[in-house]
Structure formats: structure tokens, C-alpha cells
Design a binder for this molecule. Sequence first.
Ligand code: MV4
Length: 502
Amino acid sequence: MTLRRVLIANRGEIAVRIIRACHEEGIEAVAVYSEADATSPHVLNADLAIEIGPAPAAESYLNVPRLLDAAKESGADSVHPGYGFLSERAHFAEAVEGAGLVFIGPPPAAMRVMGVKTEARRRMAAAGVPVMIGTAAPVTSAEEARQSAKDIGYPVLLKAAAGGGGKGMRRVNEPGALASALEQASSEALKAFGDGAVYIEKFLEGPRHVEIQVLADAQGRTMHLGERDCSIQRRHQKLIEESPSVAVTAELRRAMGETAVQAAKAVGYRGAGTVEFLLDGSGRYYFLEMNTRIQVEHPVTEMVYGVDLVREQLRVAAGEAISPPNRPLAPRGHAIECRITSEDPFNGFLPATGRIGHLHVPGGPGVRWDGGIAPGNDVTLYYDPLLGKLIVWGETRARAIARMRRALDELVILGVPTSQAFHLGVMNDPEFAVGTQDIGFLERRPDLLAPVSDDAELEAVAIAAALAEDAVHGAADPGRADAAPSRGDGTWTRAARIDGLR
Ligand code: MV4
């Protein structure tokens, strides 16, 4: 069947990203928006936009009956859930299909299996996918936990069966600490997921987070598009992702890719999905979970494989075959993504609010901005703090880093604190340049979470100050003669120009 009109049950940069893919395919895009988002880019770029309720997500972007009404009212034939919100809720996919619409995502049954971690582990192990040594089911008593942990060997990790994202997770180093950790993990899991079931795994020391992108169609083809290394994270929030991973050889890529394809086939997967692994220092890898959605970091894969993943999602949903050639593909060059959030990186990534004053988006060769904000938009605490993603491509990792540095230098967002300066710090970091980061990188490097007073940052502050002045006094012409000057020889520097503006 042909998709003609897609309702996008999401907001921000991913809604804009999906609109772009729709428009390239000649498909109409219907936006939905809360009262807080009336002037957001996803609304302004859509062919039609429907208000679905007040700012709190529970009353708008998570309101299933309202979304289905909007789909009906708009004449949409399909629904794209994006990421977050309802994207991995099997009941939403079923409700969409029940309303006679196409759900642009995997079969609900595949979502359901992967949503329960113990079930996913069981199915993966049966399919020959390596999983960490651990209990096959949740532990039912402290006594059983003690025996299991002893068999597995310390340190162990208690994990919520219903969970993910690190909630209800506890590391235990010795038997004496097990009982109380089990109680804590279980009550945290109950609070977060409404299910206190906890299982036990061997704790892996210092791994990388490496995930494989998969793509599957209804014609029976399932392929992978290599890996993304997402080891630069803080408290389970990814901050920087890249492809390929410095730690993955062509041979390891083939092995992990085949494993991910097996995993997807084992649950009858269709569309775009991601199989997450922990990768240890010896090239052994272990299944973590499968994300049954398009992910925030999908652009790095797009840039090194030359594939439009959202377009592929639309094709598969329409019953068409996926479009990459049916032969082994190799990554070309290197891509890096920095998540630009409205958080203060030097104050514990405290989420911030404000009104976007000025926005200058970087451009030039190999630079992509996937953004969801515009000047005048209010950044609130109702939604996640992602303002946009800066993605760069370079022939080598070193050139991608240099390009990201340059692009971060061009980016100007005024009106709300952002994570921009943190990213610049990482791009200037010698350890990141080597590429040896594991998931403990930022815990070992608190220096990267404190401001540095190097030239680049001073300049960024100067730009911010100057443009803030603009906002108050009206924009100056950056090229005007009296704004230039001051080596006294007719040449001028960017910093001097900024001085002139002030
Ligand atoms: C682990 C682990 C070490 N050993 N499992 C964290 C979130 C959840 N999805 C799985 N997680 C982990 N599981 C074993 N057996 C370490 C983590 C982990 C982690 C994993 C991926 C990315 C960032 C992380 C940060 C801390 C802990």
C-alpha cells in the first residue's frame, strides 16, 4: 500500500526529521502539538497541525485517544511514533492498527518480547545470541539470590526485569551486601515500572556501549548497518555517539552484525531497530537489550552508510523492500553526533528553561543540524531537554573531530544554557582523540564537567554577550566598519569584531 499522509505522534527534532523524510517521499506530514508547542518548528514545517492538549505529556503526546482522534480528523493513513513517548508501547501500536491505520514501527509482538528484559534474554539465548551469565528468571528470595550470585561469581549486577535505563540496577561486590541491595533494587523497580522483579547478571567491568543498527522488511530480508559507539554517557543519558567504533574491526563488525540480524529474526522484527551490546576489552560482546524504535543517534549511521533510515521505515511500513543493495556494506569515513541539550553541563547537567533568543546553525561541508527549536520558542521542563543534534562527517575520525570543533564554534544558541561548551571540551580532549573511552569515561573525568577558560570558551561567551546585546538593542550589522578593527593595521580578528559589536 502507498502511504499518503503520516501523523507524527511526537515533537521536537525527531518530528522535524520525520517530516523531512515524508516530504522527500511525496508524503504529507501531520503534526500534533501541545499548548506549549504551538510555534515549534515541527508545527510550522508540517502540512497540517492539530493541537492535542495541555503541555504535560500525559495530556497530549501520551494521550492515545486524542492522538487517534487527530489521525482520524486529519485523514492520516499511518502513524509514526518517533522515539520516547509511545514509541515502544505495544498497546499503542495495537490501538493504531485497531483504528485501521499503519503503525510505522515493528510488530507489537516484537516490541512486547523486547520490553521484558528476562524474556528478551531468554529468547536471545535460545537464538544463539551471547547474553551475560545470569539467572534465567527473576530471583524470588534472598536465599535464592545468594546461591545464584555465588554460582555466577562476584561482582554481580541486580537488574529490574521490567526495566531498562539503569533504574532498579545495583552492583553488589560481596555476599554481605546482597540482601539489602536486592531490597533496594526491587523497591526502585516497583516504583519505576510497577513490577519489583529483579534478576542477576555477572557485572562486566569497564565495557563499551556498542549498538548495531538493523533494518528488516516484510519480504524476509534483515540486514545490519554496522555499529554506533555510545560510550560517552552520563547517568544513562547518551551525550556523544559515533560510527564506526574505534574498538570494532571489520571482522568484529561482521560478527556483531550477524548476531544482531539473528536477534531481529528471532522476534520477527520489521523496520528499523537497534540491538545494544556491551563490548569488553577482548572483543567479547553481550546482548543488553533491543530498542524497537528509531533512535536519537540514528544520523551517525546514516552518514557513514549513506542510508536514510526514516525513509526505510516508511518503505517497510508501506510493504516495500528496504532499499540498500543486497551485499555486505562497509562504513565510509567517520561520523560523530553531539546532543545539544538545555542543561548546564557545569552544574550537574541541571535542566534549564528560557526563551530561545538567537539561533545560528552551523553549516558547510559534512555538517548536519537536526534541530527542533526556533527563536522565540520557550524551553520548558515538560519535555526532554534535547534542543537539537549536531552531526558531522569526516574522512577519518580525527577530521570528524576537527570538523565538530569547528561546527561547535559556529553554533550560537542564546536564551538558555546548553551543553555546547561541554562538547567542545570533549572534542579538545586528548583521551577522546585516542578513542579509548568506555562507559566509565565521564566518571573518571570530572574535569570535563567543569568550565575551562580557554580561548574558545571565552570567545563563545563573547559571542553570547554580543548577541544578547543585539536582542536588546536591535541587531548590529556584523560587517559594519566601526565593528571591525583593531590590530591597527586594517586587519581584524573575530574576537575584535565581537568587541566591536559590544
Ligand atoms: C551492565 C553493565 C555491566 N555488566 N550489565 C546500564 C543500563 C542497562 N541497559 C544496562 N546497563 C549496564 N548493564 C552487566 N552485566 C553496565 C551497564 C551500564 C551501562 C551500559 C551501557 C551504557 C552505559 C552504562 C552505564 C552504566 C552501567
